[in-house]
Design a protein around this ligand. Structure first.
Ligand code: SF4
Ligand code: SF4
Length: 174
């Protein structure tokens, strides 16, 4: 085993580098304090970044014109989900024109990787990824979003109406 002993000269070199680093930090601190408008960082939460409307954030279950859930409980989203974080319980509907619907639909967002595969897999525009990205919570159970949260949380103001019309959907066979 070889042992390298630091010479006094090398110690001096480290000290000058530390001073150089502190100088650069102080220079940027003063520059930023004098030019707050040009700072590239935000003072969160007072200032928030505006994401694109296409940003894939929190999930939304869309609704039909009458406010009912659009989802047909086909399970394609759950099957396609790489994180296996979607759980759906299907039931038969009283309306003969509705084959199935979900009596329970849950997403465990702590496992979700926000890949958008569920949205891509859905044949009837029943699930979308919206622009919301703040998901506060104090324990794990608050991150399991149920059907009411996904479709009717207050931020959605009564629900997001699907672009797929029921009559057109039946005509096209989906
Ligand atoms: S965004 Fe991806 S990981 Fe999250 S629920 Fe959808 S398919 Fe699953
Ligand atoms: S959200 Fe879409 S893909 Fe998922 S079960 Fe409902 S209809 Fe099927």
């Amino acid at each position: 085993m070889s042992v390298v002993n630091n010479t006094p000269n090398k110690s001096n070199w480290y000290f000058s580098s530390i001073l150089g680093g502190l100088f650069i930090t102080a220079k940027h601190l003063i520059k930023n304090l004098l030019n707050k408008d040009k700072m590239i960082t935000l003072n969160y939460p007072e200032e928030k970044y505006e994401y694109s409307p296409r940003f894939k954030g929190n999930h939304v279950l869309t609704v039909k014109k009458d406010g009912a859930i659009r989802c047909t409980a086909c399970m394609l989203c759950a099957t396609n989900c790489p994180a296996e974080c979607i759980k759906i319980t299907a039931a038969e509907h009283n309306d003969p024109t509705v084959e199935k619907f979900p009596i329970a639909y849950e997403i465990d967002v702590l496992r979700c990787v926000f890949c958008g595969f569920c949205e891509e897999a859905c044949p009837v525009d029943a699930i979308r990824m919206g622009p919301e990205w703040q998901t506060p919570g104090s324990n794990g159970s608050q991150f399991i979003y149920d059907i009411n949260h996904l479709a009717y949380r207050p931020q959605l103001k009564g629900g997001v109406v699907s672009v797929v019309d029921e009559v057109e959907r039946h005509k096209s066979g989906i």
